[in-house]
Ligand binder design. Structure first.
Ligand SMILES: Nc1ncnc2c1ncn2[C@@H]1O[C@H](COP(=O)(O)OP(=O)(O)O)[C@@H](O)[C@H]1O
Ligand SMILES: [Mg+2]
Length: 235
């Protein structure tokens, strides 16, 4: 569904991505793992076009989208849930969700998307009228993900969704990611520092270091390979 080849980008004069290549198969959970500062967020931002690609090629659903503007990528079904929770804290849960349906096509399917979001996240239905700022950390993360679903994505990119959450909530977030794949057939590109939890739900895994892909394979293979885990993940 998504193919990234020899991607290069950075900030000002500083190159961050040194030609990583990766592929996300339709209906899969593909993870991009690695320690802090290796270029994971930059990879997602460059795929979306928020950071301009300097070189390489991005193919989505068979089409070259390397230089397509971000809003057009969103309209075609790519969405990014960025690090942290960027909610409208003084608006209600419900309002945050409706604001998520901003692409024109998505707005037409508002009712259907709301139903889907509330069925995946029943707790958000209970909190529909509450201010987003008054929700717990875990609920806010659920809302951030649910709001991204309102764009009717086909490919959802999640940047460290478990960051800063208590262990029980981390489990909830990963369960939700599994459900998005199983129940709505979404394709997921997951960036995480939580290696164990990510390996447990992923189909395929890439390991990034200093802007390059240093290892890749099925989650099973990475789990079994002590060398890879020790060299790049410190576990
Ligand atoms: N907006 C930015 N401006 C300048 N440098 C940045 C910016 N964002 C990230 N960087 C730098 O790019 C490198 C990779 O960062 P990032 O992609 O955020 O890594 P990761 O997500 O793996 O932690 C780091 O050296 C970081 O300091
Ligand atoms: Mg990051």
């Amino acid at each position: 569904m998504l193919k990234v080849e020899n991607l290069e980008s950075g900030y000002g004069p500083m190159q961050v991505l040194w030609q990583p290549s990766l592929e996300v198969k339709r209906g899969s959970i593909t993870s991009l793992l690695g320690p802090n500062g290796v270029g994971k967020t930059t990879t997602l931002s460059t795929i979306l076009g928020a950071v301009v690609p300097w070189g390489g090629k991005i193919t989505y659903e068979g089409e070259d989208v390397t230089h397509l503007p971000t809003h057009k990528k969103v309209a075609r079904g790519i969405v990014l849930v960025p690090e942290g929770r960027h909610l409208f804290v003084s608006m209600s849960t419900h309002e945050n969700l409706t604001m998520g349906a901003y692409p024109r096509e998505a707005a037409k399917h508002m009712a259907e998307s709301l139903e889907l979001a509330y069925s995946l996240f029943p707790i958000l239905k209970e909190r529909a009228k509450q201010r987003a700022g008054s929700l717990s950390g875990g609920e806010q993360q659920m809302l951030t993900i649910a709001r991204a679903l309102m764009t009717k994505p086909k490919l959802i990119m999640l940047d460290e969704p478990s960051q800063g959450l208590a262990p029980i909530l981390v489990t909830q977030v990963f369960d939700t990611i599994k459900k998005m794949k199983a129940e709505i057939g979404l394709t997921i590109l997951l960036v995480e520092q939580n290696v164990e939890a990510s390996l447990s739900i992923s189909d395929y895994v890439y390991i990034m270091h200093e802007g390059r892909i240093k290892a890749e394979g099925s989650a099973e293979k990475i789990k079994r390979s002590h060398d890879i885990r020790e060299a790049y993940l410190g576990i």
